[in-house]
Design a binder for this molecule. Structure first.
Ligand code: GSF
Length: 206
């Protein structure tokens, strides 16, 4: 399998962490989706990473689809409960964490890729509200629990950890740790896992 991705995307990192936790082999192919000569549209009509290209050249996209598929490939380290409310709960954590990343990436794109006279402060403020609400929600739901859904490590923790790592890379000034001690504790615990330590996001040198 080939994973088309970047070293900065939290969605790509989520897939890489899942690959590592499941002990799956793959090749990471770096793709700059903002460059004119990107190949990404040949595999994903939406032009986004991550995109998984399988050995028969079929492709899967959207990190949530990819990680759900990967979890079925091996019984090693199940990351999603088989069914029912528990499974939905993990997926809901993932949706909040991914939504946080979407809001954060939207702010970054607006403020760094759009000419300043075309930027909308009101739109940025709307995304910031989502970002802060998502952090608050995750902090409250995690509370004193060992992991997002209780005692067991799951895809929920992977999604949350990748979102927090993305904030550290792009929004250091936000200092999310100050208001979210439960998330800080979880993040420290996750960084002790090789799957997280080996995939820390790298902002390109510009
Ligand atoms: C989001 C992927 C995404 O926004 C998923 O895979 O979970 N729901 C999707 N990828 C960004 C890179 S980043 O912000 O992580 C991307 O490829 N953007 C290029 C574009 O043209 O929007």
């Amino acid at each position: 399998m080939k994973l088309l991705g970047s070293l900065t995307s939290p969605f790509v990192r989520k897939v890489r962490v899942v690959m590592a936790e499941k002990k799956l082999d793959y090749e990471l192919v770096l793709e700059d989706v903002w460059s004119d000569d990107t190949q990404i549209a040949a595999y994903n009509p939406l032009g986004k990473v991550p995109c998984l290209v399988m050995d028969d050249y079929g492709s899967l996209f959207d990190s949530r689809v990819i990680v759900e598929y990967l979890d079925t490939l091996s019984p090693v380290g199940r990351l999603l409960p088989q069914s029912g409310r528990e499974r939905a709960s993990v997926k809901c954590w993932e949706a909040v964490a991914d939504g946080l990343c979407e809001a954060a990436a939207a702010i970054y794109t607006e403020t760094h890729r759009r000419p300043s006279d075309q930027q909308s402060p009101a739109w940025v403020a709307r995304q910031e509200k989502k970002l802060h609400a998502a952090l608050q929600h995750m902090e409250e739901c995690l509370g004193e629990q060992a992991y997002c859904t209780g005692l067991n490590f799951s895809l929920a923790d992977i999604a949350v950890g990748c979102a927090l790592g993305y904030l550290d890379m792009r929004f250091e000034h936000l200092n999310w740790r100050a208001q979210h001690p439960a998330l800080e504790r979880l993040h420290e615990k996750l960084l002790a896992r090789p799957s997280f330590a080996d995939t820390q996001p790298l902002a390109p040198v510009v």
